[in-house]
Design a protein around this ligand. Structure first.
Ligand SMILES: *[C@@H]1O[C@H](CO)[C@@H](O)[C@H](O)[C@H]1NC(C)=O
Ligand SMILES: *[C@@H]1O[C@H](CO)[C@@H](O)[C@H](O)[C@H]1NC(C)=O
Ligand SMILES: *[C@@H]1O[C@H](CO)[C@@H](O)[C@H](O)[C@H]1NC(C)=O
Ligand SMILES: *[C@@H]1O[C@H](CO)[C@@H](O)[C@H](O)[C@H]1NC(C)=O
Ligand SMILES: *[C@@H]1O[C@H](CO)[C@@H](O)[C@H](O)[C@H]1NC(C)=O
Ligand SMILES: *[C@@H]1O[C@H](CO)[C@@H](O)[C@H](O)[C@H]1NC(C)=O
Length: 755
């Protein structure tokens, strides 16, 4: 009770403070308290203020989740004495709906952590989970258990999800089953499913949700990811093997993505910020596919706040990086109270009509549309969006209602906020292939799991694709740097260690000085692809101009120009999230990764090494497997100041400096303008790279340094006069192309650009 008195006093004080004189509040504060929990107010007890109840984990607020202070100074819903506002235990829907089997223990209600087991009657076999646990999000773990007998039906028994009832017990072609949810549960998914010719049920499995049921971030991004990937990969260029040759098939369609984010005051600022961040993450994730969609992105309340116009994308005047900046800078200002959900759909409909005019009727047929709306559905003006959504469907389906164009439109609703209007929102979804309605609570986690979307077979071939984690645990290192390779050579009983990078499933790029003079049998490459950690080398290729003694006559004792080598492995590595090639300059794939329209090598170099100071990275071995070194390439006017520190090394003089440090080297290190890291012994041969969105592009490789600052790896800072010299891969493309791009070899060639 002490707390509630304190709270009253605090609220009263805030009212007085805000209203200037006297203790006058718009809405009364009596009977607002909740047993077992507390509440927050978005604007004290003022009109328009939103009250949100909070309960400890495993509980939910009952009967009200939120209250709104209305214009006539009363709460909606009005606080009542009975039933008293309190925190209730989260429950899971009733699993005792299993046919032809037993559920134990039988209970009236099932709460978080309660476990159930399922057994089929004799003669019946089980599909699904035999044991399920009630989870904190109000769902059962695992999948629906189904007991069935082989009856020769065309479709398998679709079962009954917990909390549901099914009408329809015939599973032949065209037979229909219908689901409803019992009690105060509501249905998410397909309420009606038809047994199709291919023996599959149409739609997706329904589930019964309470108001307190949520989808976990992983569930959302898996389901959403699988579905949106359909749209992306149907448009993504693919490789086709015809005879011996690999043919690249590019698809002609266009993908238009429309995103709306609700910022009305029923959604807390925190939710708005997180939805905004989720949108940034989402478009970044999508950009790692080779498809380049057009975006319309808008925030909305009673009016629209457009971030990017899709027409600008079509015209090529909008850039994805600018969109991200604009999104990141978007802050919720003074919000007006209305929510017009219809307005955002009207905007999307209008944009579709404009696209149709621009593209022409014929081309418009090849346009696919994906609409994603983050909202709680609490609209109070503009009316229901349902009629507008019907028009959007007609437009995308070209007025064909036969389902033949269902693939051309997906509408996803990410239901957010504290109090969601499911009944209004669920009918707005559209599209095939899995759930399109998600109840999201943890938006922050959701962003992280968007990464999981790009984890599938169809993106296997994409160079440089990797995961970015905030937390750098050792077991995640291979996923962060899937191209990394460790190289060792054996001679006279001692071994030498270097780094390398996987550039195709069969080739590892490293420094020539790491392997020069060794027989392939003495060279091993460590890449843990889950099969064999150690790979044997089959053939070694060196740059034909590599010759350490070439400039001895000029007094340069060791000359490292063209310090590149390729190691052909005996066996292909298995490509996965943990093992994947890095992108290298001047290939077609790198062009796609950089989203360059212009197919030229120079454009890649201009984009990657454009500034006089370019931030680059390379890896070093440490007890954490590897760690990252940050360096800045000194280019243009900065270059001389950097390379001059090579004077004095191995007979290099001011006169022979340009002979020793040719234009093929990129110089890093020193303290100005940033304190760089410095290479250690053992870092040689490693990729010096740059990340672009989700892709990694190698621009150079570690060759030599002006000083030996450290031995055996480790993250070390540069001294004022220590410098590193890396072979610029743009200068050795001929060599890379001669080996990796060679046609009619026993390995699949990389496609290099003409110029
Ligand atoms: C309100 O309840 C939440 C959830 O139970 C708890 O984390 C928080 O500390 C509480 N706040 C106050 C002021 O008691
Ligand atoms: C306040 O207005 C709402 C509708 O806006 C109405 O339902 C409610 O009865 C009114 N309450 C009072 C106390 O007048
Ligand atoms: C189910 O959960 C409730 C609440 O945590 C607990 O009181 C009860 O003992 C559990 N029942 C079983 C069978 O574990
Ligand atoms: C793509 O368009 C070109 C010409 O515009 C056409 O020749 C080709 O058949 C189209 N490809 C597909 C897959 O539609
Ligand atoms: C939301 O983001 C804006 C701008 O980035 C920031 O100023 C504000 O403090 C954030 N609000 C919350 C609740 O995190
Ligand atoms: C390296 O260069 C030196 C000096 O020009 C030359 O004598 C030697 O033959 C070269 N070595 C190779 C392997 O080409």
């Amino acid at each position: 009770m002490g707390f509630s008195i304190h709270w009253s006093w605090l609220a009263a004080l805030l009212c007085a403070f805000w209203m200037g004189a006297g203790v006058r509040c718009a809405c009364p504060e009596s009977n607002l308290q909740m047993q077992g929990g507390n509440y927050t107010l978005s604007n004290n007890l003022e009109r328009g203020s939103m009250l949100v109840y909070h309960c400890p984990e495993g509980y939910y607020p009952y009967p009200a989740i939120t209250r709104l202070c209305q214009a006539n100074n009363s709460w909606r819903p009005r606080p009542k004495r009975f039933p008293a506002q309190r925190c209730r235990l989260i429950e899971c829907p009733d699993p005792n709906v299993l046919e032809y089997g037993n559920v134990s223990p039988p209970q009236e209600k099932y709460y978080v952590d309660n476990e159930t087991t399922y057994e089929c009657y004799s003669g019946y076999t089980m599909r699904g989970s035999a044991t399920r646990v009630c989870l904190k999000n109000g769902k059962w773990s695992g999948s629906t258990p189904i007991c069935s007998r082989d009856s020769g039906d065309h479709c398998a028994n679709p079962g009954i999800p917990p909390g549901a009832s099914r009408v329809g017990n015939m599973f032949g072609i065209d037979d229909t089953v219908r689901y409803t949810c019992n009690g105060n549960l509501f249905l998410v998914g397909s309420s009606e499913r038809v047994c199709q010719e291919n023996s599959q049920w149409s739609g997706n499995e329904p589930a019964c949700y309470y108001k307190h049921t949520f989808d976990t971030p992983l569930e959302v991004s898996k389901a959403f990811g699988n579905s949106i990937k359909e749209s992306l990969t149907t448009l993504e260029s693919t490789d086709d093997i015809q005879g011996e040759r690999k043919i690249r098939i590019s698809k002609n369609g266009t993908l238009n993505i429309y995103i709306g984010v609700d910022i009305s005051d029923s959604i807390s600022e925190d939710y708005v910020n997180k939805s905004r961040d989720a949108v940034v993450k989402l478009i970044t994730t999508i950009s790692s596919f080779t498809v380049t969609p057009n975006y319309e992105i808008t925030f909305f309340s009673s009016e629209l706040y457009e971030i990017v116009n899709i027409i600008d994308f079509m015209d090529g005047t909008a850039k994805l990086s600018d969109v991200k900046t604009k999104l990141e800078e978007f802050a919720v200002g003074d919000r007006n109270t209305g929510t017009n959900l219809n307005l955002v759909f009207e905007q999307f409909l209008e944009k579709m009509a404009l696209i149709k005019i621009r593209a022409g009727e014929e081309n418009f047929k090849e346009h696919r549309h994906v609409i994603i709306v983050f909202t709680d559905g609490a609209y109070n003006m503009g009316g229901s969006p349902a009629p507008t959504v019907a028009k959007i469907k007609n437009s995308a389906y070209l007025n064909l209602a036969d389902g033949s164009r269902d693939d051309y439109l997906d509408i996803y609703i990410f239901a957010i906020g504290d109090d969601i209007f499911d009944d209004d929102l669920m009918p707005l979804t559209a599209g095939t292939g899995g759930n399109h309605y998600f109840r999201v609570k943890d938006l922050e986690k959701l962003q992280e799991t968007f990464d999981e979307m790009i984890d599938e077979d169809e993106v296997k071939g994409l160079c440089g694709l990797h995961k970015e984690y905030e937390d750098h645990r050792n077991e995640l290192k291979r996923k962060m740097y899937p191209w990394m390779a460790f190289i060792s050579t054996q001679a006279d009983g001692h071994s030498k260690k270097c780094m390398g990078s996987l550039v195709t499933p069969e080739f590892v790029l490293t420094a020539a000085h790491c392997v020069y003079g060794f027989l392939p049998e003495k060279v091993t490459v460590e890449i843990d692809d889950g099969q064999h950690k150690i790979k044997k080398a089959k053939t070694l290729f060196y740059h034909p101009k590599y010759n350490v003694t070439a400039k001895k006559d000029k007094g340069i004792n060791e000359f490292y120009d063209y310090d590149v080598a390729l190691i052909q492995l005996e066996k292909y590595v298995d490509i996965s999230t943990k093992v994947r090639p890095i992108c290298i300059p001047c290939t077609l794939e790198t062009n796609a990764a950089l989203h360059l329209v212009d197919q030229s090598c120079q454009s890649q170099e201009r984009l990657l090494l454009k500034n006089h100071l370019e931030r680059l990275n390379f890896l070093t071995r440490t007890s954490n497997v590897v760690d990252l070194k940050d360096v800045h390439a000194k280019l243009g006017d900065n270059r001389y100041e950097c390379i001059k520190h090579a004077v004095g090394v191995e007979g290099i003089t001011a006169d022979t400096l340009r002979d020793a440090v040719t234009d093929n080297f990129i110089c890093t290190g020193g303290l100005q303008p940033f304190r760089d890291h410095i290479a250690c012994t053992g870092d040689s041969g490693g990729a010096v790279y740059k990340n672009f969105e989700h892709r990694t592009i190698q621009v150079a490789l570690v060759s030599w340094g002006s000083q030996q600052v450290c031995r055996d790896g480790g993250v070390k800072e540069s001294k004022s006069n220590s410098r590193d010299f890396h072979i610029n891969l743009f200068k050795v493309v001929d060599f890379l192309k001669a080996v990796l791009g060679k046609q009619d070899m026993d390995y699949a060639p990389l496609e290099f650009l003409e110029n």
